[in-house]
Design a protein around this ligand. Structure first.
Ligand SMILES: O=C(O)CCC(=O)C(=O)O
Ligand SMILES: [Fe+2]
Length: 139
């Protein structure tokens, strides 16, 4: 679980709360503070604010879900922006495969007309590569 806290920023154009990324794990369940916008998703090249709804969760597909679904579900590019007036807090619960898990497209979704788009790998191989490539941390 990760608690993100974004203090108000006098000039939000100068900083991101969290810069754009896709979550590398399986699924993320996010609780947004109910009265402050901040989370945005990229759709058709445009950043769209995700309305914070009281007592609702945002469910984010991570890369592993995209792979298991053989691209039927897509991991969305998202970011968190700051604002000049209000602090914002979000709580993210990351569901993460065990490092030794084998991840691959579900067999039920693969046939001659729908070949596997991804090869099998161990989650720890993926996450090591992801961290090296993005230079970031990971859930
Ligand atoms: O604070 C948010 O709304 C997003 C945080 C996020 O994307 C993350 O922790 O992976
Ligand atoms: Fe995220």
């Amino acid at each position: 679980m990760l608690v993100n806290h974004y203090p108000p920023c006098p000039d939000p154009s100068l900083t991101f709360g969290v810069s754009e990324h896709c979550d590398p794990n399986l699924i993320t369940i996010l609780q947004q503070q109910s009265d402050v916008f901040g989370l945005q998703v990229l759709r058709n090249g445009e950043w769209i604010g995700v309305e914070p709804i009281s007592k609702a969760f945002v469910v984010n597909m991570g890369y592993q879900m995209q792979i298991i679904s053989n691209n039927k579900l897509r991991s969305v590019e998202h970011r968190a922006v700051t604002n000049s007036e209000k602090a914002r807090t979000s709580v993210a619960m990351f569901f993460i495969p065990n490092g030794d898990s084998i991840v691959e497209p579900a067999k039920a979704l693969v046939d001659s007309r729908n070949p596997a788009i991804f090869k099998s790998f161990q989650y720890k191989e993926f996450i090591t590569h992801f961290i090296n490539k993005t230079g970031g941390t990971s859930p």
